[in-house]
Design a protein around this ligand. Structure first.
Ligand code: SF4
Length: 220
């Protein structure tokens, strides 16, 4: 089967799940902390951990100078609390030492490549976390690649199977129009959670089945 074009896939995903226009979730430092908290846990757990952290400390500055054990206690509901507490304090301490402090709005002046390079210098901040900050908080066309995006994009052959997760970020940013990056990211994740699941994808119910080169060829 011929590889489908994103211009064919995106309208079907919008019809299936509804459109997802961009809206800011949190300011950039908040998005950075929230993304670290979301690693290897559910949105509900990381959301609880974020609320608990903010209730206890109130400001980024207070977290940057807090003991790791105090931060760990506040975010325990998010799992991997000790490691996440270290990442969060290290990243916020590094931001505090920068000229701009916790205000990352200046990153809008940069290209995605430059802004991501700036963020990934911070301790504990990888390509996906940096891309989440740029996309969700600053509305820049960075395409975070999580496990759902990586799996679905490969099954649909939007990207080459041999690409690493890091390379997939760059390739998806190349093939998706800047104004569609947010909706495309959100809809592919939703499709991965609800239909194109890691184990036993629901190909027989999938609205992309007629276009998908992997339809009914993957059992897990
Ligand atoms: S047809 Fe199957 S493998 Fe292809 S996108 Fe749909 S659920 Fe995923």
């Amino acid at each position: 089967m011929k590889k489908p074009a994103l211009s064919q896939i995106l309208p079907i995903l919008i019809t299936t799940y509804g459109d997802r226009p961009w809206r800011r979730r949190l300011e950039p430092a908040g998005e950075l902390v929230q993304t670290i908290l979301s690693q290897n846990t559910s949105d509900a757990n990381s959301g609880r951990a974020y609320d608990s952290l903010m209730k206890k400390f109130g400001t980024w500055d207070n977290i940057a100078k807090a003991d790791i054990s105090e931060i760990t206690d506040a975010i325990r509901s998010g799992g991997l609390a000790d490691a996440k507490a270290r990442y969060i304090r290290s990243a916020l301490s590094a931001l505090k030492a920068e000229n701009h402090g916790f205000d990352l709005e200046f990153l809008r002046k940069y290209s995605v490549k430059e802004a991501r390079a700036w963020l990934t210098r911070l301790p504990g901040v990888g390509m996906k976390t940096a891309s989440c900050v740029l996309l969700f908080s600053l509305g820049m066309p960075a395409f975070p690649v999580d496990t759902h995006v990586y799996r679905v994009a490969r099954r649909l052959q939007l990207i080459d199977n041999r690409l690493s997760v890091e390379e997939a970020h760059i390739e998806l940013e190349r093939i998706v129009r800047a104004e569609d990056v947010y909706r495309c990211h959100m809809l592919i994740i939703e499709h991965g959670r609800k239909t194109c699941r890691a184990r036993y994808p629901l190909c027989n119910q999938c609205t992309l089945a007629a276009l998908c080169p992997s339809c009914n060829s993957t059992s897990r």
